[in-house]
Design a binder for this molecule. Sequence first.
Ligand code: BDR
Ligand code: CA
Length: 308
Amino acid sequence: MSRTKVIIDTDPGVDDAVAILLALASDELEVLAITTVTGNVDVALTTLNARRLVQLAKRPDVIVARGCAQALAGPLGEFEGVHGSDGLGDLEWDEPTIDVDHDDAVEVMRRLIESDPLSIVAIGPLTNLAVLLERHPGIDRRVEKVVIMGGASFEGNVTPAAEFNIWADPEAAQKVFAAHWPITFMPLDLTHQATLGDADLQFLRELGSEVGRRTADMLEPYAAFHDQWYGSRDVYMHDAAAVYELIDPTAIVKQGVRVAVETGGQHSRGATHIDRRRGHAASSTRVGLTLDNARFRELVRERLSRFD
Ligand code: BDR
Ligand code: CA
C-alpha cells in the first residue's frame, strides 16, 4: 500500500489531538511533521501540546516545528477558549522529552515539500500556510493536496457568520484559497456530522491504554462544553474529519466549488462564501458535504485501539 506523506498544521486543541492520534495510528498516512500555530491557545502552548501528543503516541520520529505566533493582521482579540486554558483540557502531563525542530514551521514545510510529494492537513488558522506562500512563491504547485478544516455555509461558531479557523486569520485564509494547490475543505456543515458520544468515551477508557484514557479525559470537558453550548454531550470532531478525508478519500461526499473569504464586513469578517453553482463542479477546490458518522466513529475506535 502506498502511504500518503502528510504534514499536520495544527493548534492543539482537543479535536486536533484526536485528529493527530488518528493520523499517527493510520497506515494509510506517513506523518512527517506536526507544525504548530497560534489558534485555540498561543503557539507556545500548541507546540507544547504537539510534543505531548507525539510523546503519548511514542512517535519521536515525527518532526515538531513551531509556527506563527500571531495572525497576519496582528494578535487575536479575546475569545472564549473551548479547549481549557492549556488547549488540551487542563490535564496533568509529564514534561515531554520530544525536541522542537531548529527550523520554524514554514521552513520545515519548505524542506519537506521540496524533497517529497506530500499533502498538508491544516486544522488550525491558516497563518503558516499563508507565510509559506509569501516566502516561497510557486511552492503551492508542488503540494499534492491541502485538506483544510475551516469555514461554514449555514452558521459560524465564533460569530453567526464565521468559523474559528477562518475567523482567526481571514487574510491568511484568503491567500490560501487563492493559491494553486488542490484544496478539499471541511466546513462546520460537514464537521457537525462527525461526532463522538459518551459510549465512545467509555470505549476509549476501557481500552486500558494511556492513549485511550488520556483521550477520554481530554474529551470530558469538551463534552461538557458541547452540552452547555449545543445541548448535547456529543462532541464535534472537526479536525479528525479532515484527517478522515486523507485516510479514505472515498468516505466523504464532496463537490467542486469556489470560495471567497470575507476580510472586511461589519458582521461577517471571516465568513466563507461558498459558491456551489454548477459552473464550479470541476473546480480543484472541493467542499465536504456529507459523511457516514457510524463509519467515522468505528474508524476512530479501531485506530485508537492500535496504541499499546
Ligand atoms: C475549529 O476550531 C478549533 O477550535 C477546532 O480545533 C477546529 O479546528 C472548529 O471551528
Ligand atoms: Ca484545530
